[in-house]
Design a protein around this ligand. Sequence first.
Ligand code: FAD
Length: 388
Amino acid sequence: MGQKVIIIGAGVAGPVLGIQLQNAGYHVEIFEGREDAGLEDGAFLGLTPNGLNVLLRFVPETLLRQDCTTGSMRFYNQQGREIAALMTDYQRELYHCETIQLKRHRLNEAARLAASEKKVPVYFGKKCVCVVETEQEVTAWFSDGSSASADLLMGADGTFSAVRNSMFPGAARPVYNKNISTGGYARLPELSTPLDAIRMTFGERGFFAYNVSSKGEIWWFNNYYRAQEPSREEVRTVLKSEIKNELLRIHEQDDPLFSRIIRATDQVIAYPVYDIPKLAQWHTRRVCLVGDAAHATSPHIGQGASLALEDTECLAKCLGNATTPEAAFAAFQRLRQPRVEKIIKSARKVGNAKSKPGRVATWFRDRLIGFFIKAQIKKLHWIYGYRA
Ligand SMILES: Cc1cc2nc3c(=O)[nH]c(=O)nc-3n(C[C@H](O)[C@H](O)[C@H](O)COP(=O)(O)OP(=O)(O)OC[C@H]3O[C@@H](n4cnc5c(N)ncnc54)[C@H](O)[C@@H]3O)c2cc1C
Protein backbone atom coordinates (compact mmCIF):
# COMPACT_ATOMS: atom_id res chain seq x y z
CA MET A 1 0.00 0.00 0.00
CA GLY A 2 1.35 3.45 -0.95
CA GLN A 3 1.36 6.48 1.28
CA LYS A 4 -1.97 7.81 2.50
CA VAL A 5 -3.04 11.29 1.34
CA ILE A 6 -5.94 13.36 2.66
CA ILE A 7 -7.33 16.09 0.42
CA ILE A 8 -9.43 18.81 2.04
CA GLY A 9 -11.95 20.29 -0.41
CA ALA A 10 -13.87 18.82 -3.36
CA GLY A 11 -14.10 21.85 -5.64
CA VAL A 12 -12.28 21.30 -8.93
CA ALA A 13 -8.68 20.98 -7.64
CA GLY A 14 -9.35 18.34 -4.96
CA PRO A 15 -10.92 15.58 -7.09
CA VAL A 16 -8.62 16.12 -10.10
CA LEU A 17 -5.55 16.00 -7.87
CA GLY A 18 -7.02 12.97 -6.10
CA ILE A 19 -7.30 11.00 -9.34
CA GLN A 20 -3.71 11.75 -10.33
CA LEU A 21 -2.32 10.78 -6.91
CA GLN A 22 -4.41 7.62 -6.81
CA ASN A 23 -3.07 6.72 -10.29
CA ALA A 24 0.45 7.25 -8.93
CA GLY A 25 -0.15 4.67 -6.19
CA TYR A 26 -1.20 6.85 -3.23
CA HIS A 27 -4.20 5.91 -1.15
CA VAL A 28 -6.38 9.04 -1.37
CA GLU A 29 -9.42 10.26 0.59
CA ILE A 30 -11.20 13.57 -0.01
CA PHE A 31 -13.10 15.49 2.68
CA GLU A 32 -15.58 18.18 1.61
CA GLY A 33 -17.05 20.65 4.10
CA ARG A 34 -20.46 21.06 2.53
CA GLU A 35 -23.26 18.53 2.37
CA ASP A 36 -23.71 17.00 -1.09
CA ALA A 37 -27.00 18.82 -1.68
CA GLY A 38 -25.46 22.13 -0.68
CA LEU A 39 -23.05 22.18 -3.59
CA GLU A 40 -25.52 23.50 -6.16
CA ASP A 41 -24.84 27.20 -5.95
CA GLY A 42 -22.45 29.38 -7.88
CA ALA A 43 -21.91 31.37 -11.01
CA PHE A 44 -20.33 30.19 -14.22
CA LEU A 45 -16.71 30.42 -15.20
CA GLY A 46 -14.39 30.13 -18.16
CA LEU A 47 -12.05 27.22 -18.65
CA THR A 48 -9.25 28.09 -21.05
CA PRO A 49 -7.04 25.55 -22.89
CA ASN A 50 -4.31 25.55 -20.21
CA GLY A 51 -6.78 24.24 -17.60
CA LEU A 52 -9.19 22.46 -19.93
CA ASN A 53 -6.44 20.24 -21.30
CA VAL A 54 -5.77 18.93 -17.78
CA LEU A 55 -9.47 18.31 -17.10
CA LEU A 56 -10.03 16.55 -20.43
CA ARG A 57 -7.61 13.81 -19.37
CA PHE A 58 -10.26 12.72 -16.86
CA VAL A 59 -13.63 14.16 -17.98
CA PRO A 60 -15.13 13.67 -21.47
CA GLU A 61 -15.66 16.90 -23.42
CA THR A 62 -19.16 15.69 -24.43
CA LEU A 63 -20.18 15.76 -20.76
CA LEU A 64 -18.95 19.35 -20.35
CA ARG A 65 -20.63 20.46 -23.57
CA GLN A 66 -24.08 19.23 -22.44
CA ASP A 67 -24.55 22.48 -20.50
CA CYS A 68 -22.14 25.22 -21.51
CA THR A 69 -21.68 28.42 -23.46
CA THR A 70 -18.97 29.34 -25.93
CA GLY A 71 -15.89 31.25 -24.82
CA SER A 72 -15.79 33.48 -27.93
CA MET A 73 -16.51 37.16 -27.34
CA ARG A 74 -18.14 39.92 -29.37
CA PHE A 75 -17.82 43.49 -28.10
CA TYR A 76 -20.39 46.23 -28.66
CA ASN A 77 -20.51 49.94 -27.92
CA GLN A 78 -23.48 51.62 -26.31
CA GLN A 79 -25.20 52.12 -29.67
CA GLY A 80 -25.08 48.37 -30.22
CA ARG A 81 -22.39 48.52 -32.93
CA GLU A 82 -19.98 45.58 -32.89
CA ILE A 83 -16.51 47.02 -32.32
CA ALA A 84 -14.47 43.80 -32.06
CA ALA A 85 -14.64 40.04 -31.80
CA LEU A 86 -12.33 37.50 -30.21
CA MET A 87 -13.36 34.09 -31.49
CA THR A 88 -11.85 30.97 -29.95
CA ASP A 89 -11.86 28.65 -33.01
CA TYR A 90 -8.13 29.39 -33.59
CA GLN A 91 -7.43 27.63 -30.25
CA ARG A 92 -8.45 24.18 -31.45
CA GLU A 93 -5.54 24.03 -33.90
CA LEU A 94 -3.04 25.45 -31.43
CA TYR A 95 -4.19 23.80 -28.20
CA HIS A 96 -6.53 20.97 -29.32
CA CYS A 97 -9.50 22.43 -27.42
CA GLU A 98 -11.44 25.69 -27.11
CA THR A 99 -12.34 27.86 -24.13
CA ILE A 100 -15.80 27.12 -22.76
CA GLN A 101 -17.93 28.53 -19.99
CA LEU A 102 -19.38 26.14 -17.42
CA LYS A 103 -21.50 26.45 -14.32
CA ARG A 104 -19.14 26.13 -11.37
CA HIS A 105 -21.21 23.45 -9.69
CA ARG A 106 -21.36 21.41 -12.92
CA LEU A 107 -17.58 21.62 -13.28
CA ASN A 108 -17.07 20.46 -9.70
CA GLU A 109 -19.69 17.74 -10.13
CA ALA A 110 -17.90 16.44 -13.26
CA ALA A 111 -14.59 16.39 -11.37
CA ARG A 112 -16.15 14.52 -8.43
CA LEU A 113 -17.83 12.04 -10.76
CA ALA A 114 -14.48 11.31 -12.43
CA ALA A 115 -12.93 10.81 -8.97
CA SER A 116 -15.65 8.43 -7.87
CA GLU A 117 -15.26 6.43 -11.10
CA LYS A 118 -11.58 6.02 -10.13
CA LYS A 119 -12.74 4.88 -6.68
CA VAL A 120 -11.40 7.96 -4.90
CA PRO A 121 -13.82 8.40 -1.97
CA VAL A 122 -15.29 11.85 -1.27
CA TYR A 123 -16.80 12.35 2.20
CA PHE A 124 -19.29 15.21 2.52
CA GLY A 125 -20.23 17.25 5.58
CA LYS A 126 -16.58 17.13 6.76
CA LYS A 127 -15.66 20.72 7.48
CA CYS A 128 -12.01 20.87 8.42
CA VAL A 129 -11.43 23.13 11.41
CA CYS A 130 -7.78 22.47 12.11
CA VAL A 131 -4.75 20.49 11.00
CA VAL A 132 -2.07 19.10 13.30
CA GLU A 133 1.25 17.89 11.92
CA THR A 134 3.69 15.73 13.88
CA GLU A 135 6.91 13.88 13.02
CA GLN A 136 4.95 10.74 12.13
CA GLU A 137 1.70 11.95 10.50
CA VAL A 138 -0.73 14.75 9.81
CA THR A 139 -4.29 14.89 11.21
CA ALA A 140 -7.29 16.88 10.03
CA TRP A 141 -9.98 17.63 12.60
CA PHE A 142 -13.55 18.20 11.46
CA SER A 143 -16.38 20.29 12.90
CA ASP A 144 -18.37 17.11 13.75
CA GLY A 145 -15.58 16.11 16.16
CA SER A 146 -14.16 13.37 13.92
CA SER A 147 -10.64 13.30 12.52
CA ALA A 148 -8.55 11.62 9.83
CA SER A 149 -4.80 10.99 9.76
CA ALA A 150 -2.45 10.38 6.85
CA ASP A 151 1.14 10.73 5.67
CA LEU A 152 0.33 13.82 3.59
CA LEU A 153 -2.46 16.41 3.44
CA MET A 154 -3.39 18.68 0.53
CA GLY A 155 -5.32 21.87 1.23
CA ALA A 156 -7.65 22.30 -1.78
CA ASP A 157 -10.20 24.19 0.30
CA GLY A 158 -10.41 27.46 -1.61
CA THR A 159 -9.80 31.14 -0.94
CA PHE A 160 -10.64 31.04 2.78
CA SER A 161 -8.71 27.83 3.35
CA ALA A 162 -8.94 26.42 6.86
CA VAL A 163 -5.82 24.36 6.14
CA ARG A 164 -3.87 27.54 5.36
CA ASN A 165 -5.23 29.32 8.44
CA SER A 166 -4.32 26.38 10.61
CA MET A 167 -0.80 25.76 9.26
CA PHE A 168 0.20 29.37 8.57
CA PRO A 169 -1.74 31.55 11.01
CA GLY A 170 0.38 34.60 10.18
CA ALA A 171 -0.03 34.21 6.41
CA ALA A 172 -1.34 36.94 4.10
CA ARG A 173 -5.15 37.16 4.17
CA PRO A 174 -7.37 37.34 1.07
CA VAL A 175 -7.74 40.96 -0.07
CA TYR A 176 -11.15 42.37 -1.02
CA ASN A 177 -10.90 43.91 -4.53
CA LYS A 178 -13.74 46.47 -4.11
CA ASN A 179 -15.67 44.50 -6.68
CA ILE A 180 -18.72 42.27 -6.56
CA SER A 181 -18.89 39.69 -9.30
CA THR A 182 -22.55 39.33 -10.23
CA GLY A 183 -24.56 37.34 -12.70
CA GLY A 184 -27.36 34.90 -13.10
CA TYR A 185 -29.47 32.65 -15.25
CA ALA A 186 -32.70 33.60 -17.01
CA ARG A 187 -35.04 32.45 -19.75
CA LEU A 188 -36.68 34.72 -22.35
CA PRO A 189 -38.68 33.41 -25.32
CA GLU A 190 -37.00 35.90 -27.68
CA LEU A 191 -33.49 34.77 -26.66
CA SER A 192 -33.36 31.00 -26.46
CA THR A 193 -31.04 29.88 -29.26
CA PRO A 194 -27.37 29.28 -28.34
CA LEU A 195 -25.16 32.18 -29.46
CA ASP A 196 -21.75 31.89 -31.11
CA ALA A 197 -20.14 34.29 -28.63
CA ILE A 198 -20.62 36.18 -25.38
CA ARG A 199 -22.17 39.60 -26.16
CA MET A 200 -20.24 42.18 -24.17
CA THR A 201 -21.57 45.72 -24.28
CA PHE A 202 -19.82 48.81 -22.96
CA GLY A 203 -23.02 50.51 -21.85
CA GLU A 204 -23.60 54.10 -20.80
CA ARG A 205 -22.69 53.47 -17.16
CA GLY A 206 -21.26 49.98 -17.04
CA PHE A 207 -20.66 46.88 -19.06
CA PHE A 208 -23.07 43.96 -19.47
CA ALA A 209 -22.34 40.50 -20.85
CA TYR A 210 -24.65 37.65 -21.79
CA ASN A 211 -24.70 34.44 -23.78
CA VAL A 212 -27.23 31.66 -24.43
CA SER A 213 -26.26 28.15 -23.36
CA SER A 214 -26.54 24.83 -25.14
CA LYS A 215 -29.75 24.38 -23.11
CA GLY A 216 -31.28 27.67 -24.27
CA GLU A 217 -30.71 29.45 -20.97
CA ILE A 218 -29.34 33.01 -20.78
CA TRP A 219 -26.14 33.26 -18.71
CA TRP A 220 -25.18 36.81 -17.86
CA PHE A 221 -22.55 38.53 -15.77
CA ASN A 222 -21.46 41.94 -14.69
CA ASN A 223 -19.11 43.61 -12.25
CA TYR A 224 -20.28 45.92 -9.60
CA TYR A 225 -18.00 48.40 -7.87
CA ARG A 226 -18.51 48.45 -4.10
CA ALA A 227 -15.89 50.20 -1.99
CA GLN A 228 -17.16 48.74 1.26
CA GLU A 229 -16.45 45.05 1.81
CA PRO A 230 -19.79 43.35 2.49
CA SER A 231 -20.12 41.29 5.64
CA ARG A 232 -20.99 37.58 5.35
CA GLU A 233 -24.48 38.43 6.56
CA GLU A 234 -24.88 41.08 3.81
CA VAL A 235 -23.72 38.59 1.16
CA ARG A 236 -26.45 36.21 2.33
CA THR A 237 -29.23 38.78 2.67
CA VAL A 238 -29.36 42.33 1.24
CA LEU A 239 -26.55 42.20 -1.33
CA LYS A 240 -28.49 40.38 -4.05
CA SER A 241 -31.51 42.68 -4.04
CA GLU A 242 -29.27 45.74 -3.68
CA ILE A 243 -27.40 44.61 -6.78
CA LYS A 244 -30.49 43.76 -8.82
CA ASN A 245 -31.86 47.28 -8.29
CA GLU A 246 -28.48 48.90 -8.90
CA LEU A 247 -27.91 46.97 -12.14
CA LEU A 248 -31.36 47.96 -13.41
CA ARG A 249 -30.45 51.60 -12.69
CA ILE A 250 -26.98 51.33 -14.32
CA HIS A 251 -28.44 49.86 -17.52
CA GLU A 252 -31.65 51.91 -17.80
CA GLN A 253 -30.24 53.84 -20.80
CA ASP A 254 -28.83 50.76 -22.55
CA ASP A 255 -30.50 48.12 -24.72
CA PRO A 256 -33.80 47.32 -22.89
CA LEU A 257 -32.95 43.63 -23.36
CA PHE A 258 -30.43 43.92 -20.49
CA SER A 259 -33.11 45.03 -18.04
CA ARG A 260 -35.45 42.28 -19.25
CA ILE A 261 -32.72 39.71 -18.61
CA ILE A 262 -32.01 41.09 -15.13
CA ARG A 263 -35.72 41.17 -14.26
CA ALA A 264 -36.22 37.60 -15.51
CA THR A 265 -33.48 36.36 -13.14
CA ASP A 266 -34.85 34.67 -10.01
CA GLN A 267 -31.62 34.59 -8.05
CA VAL A 268 -28.94 37.17 -8.75
CA ILE A 269 -25.57 35.61 -7.89
CA ALA A 270 -23.22 37.95 -6.07
CA TYR A 271 -19.70 37.19 -4.87
CA PRO A 272 -17.36 39.72 -3.34
CA VAL A 273 -14.08 39.40 -5.25
CA TYR A 274 -10.91 38.52 -3.33
CA ASP A 275 -7.39 37.62 -4.29
CA ILE A 276 -4.21 36.59 -2.49
CA PRO A 277 -1.44 38.48 -4.29
CA LYS A 278 1.40 36.68 -2.52
CA LEU A 279 1.63 33.85 -0.04
CA ALA A 280 5.14 33.33 1.29
CA GLN A 281 4.81 29.67 2.16
CA TRP A 282 2.65 27.06 0.44
CA HIS A 283 3.79 23.97 2.29
CA THR A 284 5.32 22.28 5.31
CA ARG A 285 6.86 18.79 5.45
CA ARG A 286 3.54 16.98 5.13
CA VAL A 287 1.04 19.63 4.05
CA CYS A 288 0.71 21.48 0.74
CA LEU A 289 -1.82 24.03 -0.52
CA VAL A 290 -3.20 23.92 -4.08
CA GLY A 291 -5.58 26.02 -6.18
CA ASP A 292 -7.30 29.01 -4.64
CA ALA A 293 -6.04 28.05 -1.17
CA ALA A 294 -2.51 28.92 -2.34
CA HIS A 295 -3.19 31.68 -4.84
CA ALA A 296 -6.76 32.96 -5.21
CA THR A 297 -7.13 35.31 -8.17
CA SER A 298 -9.89 37.73 -9.12
CA PRO A 299 -12.04 36.39 -11.99
CA HIS A 300 -11.41 39.21 -14.50
CA ILE A 301 -9.29 37.15 -16.88
CA GLY A 302 -11.04 33.88 -16.12
CA GLN A 303 -8.06 31.93 -14.78
CA GLY A 304 -8.90 30.71 -11.25
CA ALA A 305 -10.14 27.25 -12.16
CA SER A 306 -7.59 26.80 -14.94
CA LEU A 307 -4.72 27.64 -12.59
CA ALA A 308 -6.10 25.19 -10.02
CA LEU A 309 -6.14 22.47 -12.70
CA GLU A 310 -2.59 23.31 -13.82
CA ASP A 311 -1.52 23.01 -10.17
CA THR A 312 -2.85 19.48 -9.87
CA GLU A 313 -0.81 18.24 -12.81
CA CYS A 314 2.34 20.04 -11.66
CA LEU A 315 2.06 18.83 -8.07
CA ALA A 316 1.42 15.21 -9.10
CA LYS A 317 4.50 15.34 -11.36
CA CYS A 318 6.64 16.90 -8.62
CA LEU A 319 5.61 14.14 -6.21
CA GLY A 320 6.50 11.57 -8.85
CA ASN A 321 9.96 13.02 -9.45
CA ALA A 322 11.24 14.23 -6.07
CA THR A 323 12.98 12.12 -3.43
CA THR A 324 10.80 13.37 -0.55
CA PRO A 325 7.33 14.95 -0.40
CA GLU A 326 8.85 18.09 1.10
CA ALA A 327 11.24 18.44 -1.84
CA ALA A 328 8.27 17.90 -4.19
CA PHE A 329 6.24 20.61 -2.44
CA ALA A 330 9.18 23.03 -2.60
CA ALA A 331 9.65 22.35 -6.32
CA PHE A 332 5.91 22.81 -6.86
CA GLN A 333 5.92 26.23 -5.19
CA ARG A 334 9.08 27.26 -7.04
CA LEU A 335 7.65 26.24 -10.41
CA ARG A 336 4.19 27.67 -9.92
CA GLN A 337 4.58 30.87 -7.91
CA PRO A 338 5.98 33.26 -10.56
CA ARG A 339 3.28 32.28 -13.05
CA VAL A 340 0.32 32.50 -10.70
CA GLU A 341 1.48 35.80 -9.22
CA LYS A 342 1.80 37.30 -12.71
CA ILE A 343 -1.74 36.16 -13.55
CA ILE A 344 -3.15 37.48 -10.26
CA LYS A 345 -1.56 40.87 -11.05
CA SER A 346 -2.92 40.91 -14.63
CA ALA A 347 -6.43 40.03 -13.41
CA ARG A 348 -6.35 42.87 -10.88
CA LYS A 349 -5.27 45.32 -13.55
CA VAL A 350 -8.21 44.35 -15.75
CA GLY A 351 -10.58 44.63 -12.77
CA ASN A 352 -9.28 48.08 -11.83
CA ALA A 353 -9.75 49.34 -15.39
CA LYS A 354 -13.50 48.74 -15.27
CA SER A 355 -14.49 52.35 -14.69
CA LYS A 356 -16.64 54.45 -16.96
CA PRO A 357 -14.57 55.62 -19.96
CA GLY A 358 -14.53 59.31 -20.88
CA ARG A 359 -15.64 60.55 -24.32
CA VAL A 360 -12.17 60.70 -25.87
CA ALA A 361 -11.27 57.33 -24.42
CA THR A 362 -14.50 55.89 -25.82
CA TRP A 363 -13.71 57.26 -29.29
CA PHE A 364 -10.27 55.62 -29.21
CA ARG A 365 -11.63 52.41 -27.69
CA ASP A 366 -14.16 51.93 -30.49
CA ARG A 367 -11.44 52.33 -33.11
CA LEU A 368 -8.56 50.53 -31.47
CA ILE A 369 -10.17 47.62 -29.68
CA GLY A 370 -10.16 45.46 -32.84
CA PHE A 371 -6.42 45.92 -33.16
CA PHE A 372 -5.80 45.16 -29.50
CA ILE A 373 -7.94 42.05 -29.66
CA LYS A 374 -5.85 40.68 -32.56
CA ALA A 375 -2.67 41.45 -30.62
CA GLN A 376 -4.31 39.78 -27.65
CA ILE A 377 -4.22 36.34 -29.29
CA LYS A 378 -0.40 36.48 -29.30
CA LYS A 379 -0.34 38.03 -25.82
CA LEU A 380 -2.50 35.26 -24.39
CA HIS A 381 -0.27 32.44 -25.61
CA TRP A 382 1.82 32.43 -22.39
CA ILE A 383 -1.40 31.75 -20.47
CA TYR A 384 -3.23 29.32 -22.78
CA GLY A 385 -0.17 27.47 -24.09
CA TYR A 386 1.14 26.43 -20.64
CA ARG A 387 1.82 22.75 -19.95
CA ALA A 388 2.93 21.53 -16.52
C1 FAD B 1 -17.98 34.73 -9.08
C2 FAD B 1 -16.79 33.95 -9.46
C3 FAD B 1 -16.47 33.86 -10.78
C4 FAD B 1 -15.36 33.14 -11.17
N1 FAD B 1 -15.05 33.12 -12.49
C5 FAD B 1 -14.00 32.39 -12.89
C6 FAD B 1 -13.68 32.27 -14.28
O1 FAD B 1 -14.31 32.87 -15.15
N2 FAD B 1 -12.67 31.45 -14.63
C7 FAD B 1 -11.94 30.79 -13.69
O2 FAD B 1 -11.03 30.05 -14.08
N3 FAD B 1 -12.21 30.91 -12.37
C8 FAD B 1 -13.22 31.68 -11.95
N4 FAD B 1 -13.50 31.78 -10.62
C9 FAD B 1 -12.64 31.14 -9.63
C10 FAD B 1 -12.86 29.66 -9.56
O3 FAD B 1 -14.15 29.32 -9.14
C11 FAD B 1 -11.84 29.11 -8.56
O4 FAD B 1 -10.60 29.68 -8.86
C12 FAD B 1 -11.72 27.64 -8.70
O5 FAD B 1 -12.96 27.08 -8.40
C13 FAD B 1 -10.61 27.13 -7.76
O6 FAD B 1 -10.79 25.79 -7.48
P1 FAD B 1 -10.38 25.20 -6.06
O7 FAD B 1 -10.73 23.76 -6.15
O8 FAD B 1 -9.00 25.60 -5.73
O9 FAD B 1 -11.28 25.91 -4.99
P2 FAD B 1 -12.87 25.90 -4.82
O10 FAD B 1 -13.57 25.69 -6.11
O11 FAD B 1 -13.20 27.11 -4.03
O12 FAD B 1 -13.14 24.59 -3.95
C14 FAD B 1 -12.84 24.52 -2.60
C15 FAD B 1 -13.72 23.44 -1.98
O13 FAD B 1 -13.32 23.29 -0.63
C16 FAD B 1 -14.47 23.25 0.20
N5 FAD B 1 -14.09 23.75 1.53
C17 FAD B 1 -13.88 25.03 1.89
N6 FAD B 1 -13.52 25.09 3.19
C18 FAD B 1 -13.50 23.81 3.64
C19 FAD B 1 -13.21 23.23 4.90
N7 FAD B 1 -12.89 23.98 5.95
N8 FAD B 1 -13.27 21.88 5.02
C20 FAD B 1 -13.61 21.09 3.95
N9 FAD B 1 -13.91 21.60 2.75
C21 FAD B 1 -13.86 22.95 2.58
C22 FAD B 1 -15.47 24.14 -0.51
O14 FAD B 1 -16.80 23.84 -0.13
C23 FAD B 1 -15.18 23.80 -1.97
O15 FAD B 1 -15.96 22.72 -2.43
C24 FAD B 1 -14.58 32.50 -10.19
C25 FAD B 1 -14.91 32.59 -8.84
C26 FAD B 1 -15.99 33.31 -8.47
C27 FAD B 1 -16.32 33.43 -7.03
